[in-house]
Design a binder for this molecule. Sequence first.
Ligand code: FAD
Length: 378
Amino acid sequence: MSDKHYLEWPFFEARHATLEKELDVWAAQHVAHAHGDDVDAACRQLVHQLGEGGWLRHAVGDTIDTRAICLIRETLARHNGLADFAFAMQGLGSGAISLFGSAENRHTYLPRVARGDAIAAFALSEPQAGSDVAAMQCAAVRDGDDYVLNGEKTWISNGGIADFYVVFARTGEQPGARGISAFIVDAGTPGFGIAERINVIAPHPLARLTFNSCRIPASKRLGEAGQGFKVAMATLDVFRTSVAAAALGFARRALDEAMQRATQRQMFGQVLADFQLTQAKLAEMATGIDTSALLTYRAAWQRDQGRKVTKEAAMAKMHATETAQQVIDAALQMFGGLGVVSGQPVESLYREIRALRIYEGATEVQQLIIARELLKEA
Ligand SMILES: Cc1cc2nc3c(=O)[nH]c(=O)nc-3n(C[C@H](O)[C@H](O)[C@H](O)COP(=O)(O)OP(=O)(O)OC[C@H]3O[C@@H](n4cnc5c(N)ncnc54)[C@H](O)[C@@H]3O)c2cc1C
């Protein structure tokens, strides 16, 4: 049973503790168990369940309560990584519409996302533009009341099952980051295609997308022409702290599993937890988890105060994802051979955590952001 004392920290209001408690009960009943081998079907079902449960409402809208989405991601990640993924992508995929969409686009898409009736995706990365987002080549050319898109995107979560994609493309108003715009592309639009599905170590829907003279009404542009980089960064700014929260959820689950194993596994006439070497590991794991929680909820609280969180969100994301990797590795080690058996919770966590150190800005990118902010302050 995870330590819940952190809910009494001054970062939270009473409604946050209630939210966490209710979701914990709901998640244990609805999403704690595997949803079969078909990852597309599992994701669709999870989105539907999360919509029906009312949880997706927290991921869309004018004012996103960062502490709430962090608590939701942490709790879902503790129960089921794919449930966390399904929740996170509804938020990230529709975030640019929440923040920059016209009244019509907000009305068309957001209620369906919140009910779990439409699946969302966020298409920024390209084969030659991952960390270096501004190097993107996918282009959109204005043609009357439309834009015509050509190019490709890769590593797109929910690629293949999404009903719509928020796509970033070069519109050329100015060079580099100042010549990009954001568009909503519906899955059935002629010229849009799934070029390839990508299998990863923790399976979830992921694809490379192609755009071949794909015609999008200008009314589906999000924000001003040439402001797409700002749209992308503002969206990521909301959700980056929640990646830290997901890592925290994985780490808490790993510590729960490790505690259970260490207090039950008999060896050398005692249990694993009786050895001081084990106790030192458990102490390091618990301390790492608390420092991650402090950084995560500081960033979330600070954003909810309407303050800038560029440095704090980067610190939380870097520390929580790196620490979770170490905590999960230590937990797996305590399980011995059992730890690497497919389907064991620690084995799934070991695969699940890895990509979080890469996406939404790899650890090295977070380091650069933190240092840049420090130097600016100096
Ligand atoms: C499972 C998964 C899901 C994803 N989902 C999405 C999605 O839904 N939408 C989307 O748009 N993208 C998505 N991505 C893409 C993700 O954001 C990119 O993979 C990430 O930005 C890194 O880009 P890259 O893979 O091209 O690696 P590169 O940019 O080639 O970077 C490789 C490595 O170089 C290092 N590095 C980077 N910059 C520096 C630097 N300045 N100095 C030193 N080292 C550096 C880092 O260790 C990095 O991991 C997803 C990726 C994964 C793995």
